[in-house]
Design a protein around this ligand. Structure first.
Ligand code: CO
Length: 146
């Protein structure tokens, strides 16, 4: 397996609207996507772009708000009421090979490979097997900036 770029950092928030205002008004972000619900994941998400010299492929901040009390983010916010860093997401060229690689290393994978917020396959790795960091692996989008 070859590590790809850091696609995004997932940040849980009790209010996606307040977080958007923070990134825009305090951090000076100029490119923030419209929030959209992912009901099967129990979350609403949007992405804050960070620029690069080329204007493409900047690492993003993924803002994540729970849709309801059953959301996987709900417990995280109960422990961290202000929100905060929830996961990191690295790209790989081939999601199937990456899954085999981590399985071969005895790393626990949380659930099936599924389609993530960028429309490409993703899976999550257990933080206790990943030096304390909930880690998302996503297949690099083909022929797209993200
Ligand atoms: Co993510």
């Amino acid at each position: 397996m070859k590590l790809g770029r850091l696609n995004h950092i997932g940040v849980a928030t009790p209010s996606i609207a307040e977080s958007i205002a923070y990134y825009r008004d305090t951090m000076g972000a100029t490119a923030i996507t419209e929030p959209f619900a992912m009901p099967e994941q129990g979350v609403k998400v949007c992405f804050v772009d960070t620029p690069t010299d080329s204007g493409l492929n900047g690492t993003q901040i993924e803002l994540i708000e729970p849709l309801d009390d059953g959301s996987p983010i709900h417990g995280f916010l109960a422990k961290n009421p202000l929100g905060g860093q929830h996961h990191v997401c690295f790209e790989v060229e081939d999601i199937g090979k990456a899954r085999e690689w981590f399985e071969g290393k005895g790393k626990r994978i949380l659930g099936p490979t599924r389609i993530g917020a960028h429309g490409t396959p993703i899976f999550f790795l257990h933080p206790k097997d990943m030096m304390g960091q909930l880690t998302e692996i996503m297949e690099t989008p083909k022929g797209a900036a993200h």
